[in-house]
Design a binder for this molecule. Structure first.
Ligand SMILES: Nc1ncnc2c1ncn2[C@@H]1O[C@H](COP(=O)(O)OP(=O)(O)OP(=O)(O)O)[C@@H](O)[C@H]1O
Length: 307
């Protein structure tokens, strides 16, 4: 199936001469949740702004649902909902009105049933007659989602949806994303929270210095994440790994005083029980042991450093 969003060789150099994006290519499939991770200034907002038509690319192409985002801007933009980080609307406007108005901006007929449904889904229905300024921070975040959904987009961009919010609202937002995904909405979110990508994404992309340095299925990343290291502090240092233990993925460290065993937590058998038995048979004694797990965060930090 053709991707719902296709970005090719996208470059963006801002007026001052700063190159914020370098030859970015990315395909997003319909219905997937894609998390774009990157440190501050990596180019995440620039990429979203280009796709949403808020900023013009220096070169490259963007196809949204088959429409050229530059030549056929209106058709492309109609398919996109954008949830920005900040509330840009007037504080005196009423919650229900602002959602209805946003729909109108896309040239669509008023649809009070749809507005009601969106507000109910986002638990804002009770607040429909409140002014925006009377909403809590969490409600304002939900209103941003409601506004972005008012024209029934097929693709929803969430720019840092849970930056600076409490745990409860973060989980709320995850549930909202889940229910949108169930309805077939394609979701692209930027986040600094690796945990968020782990929780929600089908695929993860990492951007750094304006370049996409990795795009991978989350399950594949989780497989890497599943690596664990068992470190045994030995009673007597060893000059080499005993031959009897050569079948294990073992390494000697700290001048032979610790032995590390790397294993896959997702594997059916970790091999730990057998290893401990074989260590005992080989007369290798230890006085302490610990396990460490590489997190997606470690992988991310490592990738960004290397690039
Ligand atoms: N209008 C602009 N003019 C010049 N440079 C800009 C402009 N907008 C962004 N930049 C620069 O482009 C780079 C990428 O910025 P961008 O906002 O896309 O990063 P980001 O990944 O979204 O960062 P953050 O996580 O901090 O939001 C930064 O170095 C930024 O200073």
């Amino acid at each position: 199936m053709a991707p719902i969003l296709s970005v090719r060789d996208l470059d963006k150099t801002y007026d001052g001469g700063f190159q914020a994006l370098k030859s970015v290519s990315l395909d997003i499939q319909e219905g997937e949740v894609f998390a774009l991770l990157g440190p501050n200034g990596a180019g995440k907002t620039t990429l979203i702004s280009l796709i949403c038509g808020l900023v013009r690319p220096s070169s490259g192409s963007i196809l949204v649902g088959g429409h050229d985002a530059l030549k056929d801007y209106r058709a492309a933009r109609q398919l996109i909902g954008l949830v920005p980080q900040e509330m840009p609307t007037a504080p005196f406007e009423k919650v229900g009105d602002t959602v209805a108005f946003t729909r109108g901006l896309f040239g669509l007929r008023p649809d009070s049933n749809l507005v009601e449904k969106i507000l109910k889904d986002l638990t804002l229905w009770d607040k429909r007659d409140n002014q925006i300024m009377a909403l809590s921070g969490g409600m304002k975040r939900r209103l941003l989602v409601a506004k972005a959904l008012a024209h029934e987009p097929k693709i929803l961009f969430l720019d840092e949806p849970t930056a600076g919010v409490d745990v409860e609202l973060r989980h709320d937002m995850w549930r909202i994303v889940d229910s949108l995904k169930e309805r077939g909405v394609t979701i692209i979110l930027t986040t600094h929270y690796i945990e968020e990508a782990e929780e929600m994404a089908d695929r993860v992309g990492v951007i750094n210095g304006g370049e996409i340095i990795l795009v991978e299925d989350k399950s594949e990343l989780m497989r890497k994440l599943g690596r664990k290291v068992l470190t045994l502090s030995l009673v007597e240092p060893l000059p080499a790994v005993p031959d009897a233990l050569s079948g294990y993925n073992l390494e000697l460290e700290d001048d032979g005083s610790s032995l590390t065993y790397t294993y896959d937590t997702q594997a059916e058998r970790t091999g730990i029980t057998a290893l401990l038995t074989d260590l005992s048979t080989a007369g290798v004694r230890f006085h302490d042991l610990q396990t460490d797990q590489s997190s997606l965060e470690d992988i991310f930090v490592d990738l960004v450093k290397r690039s």
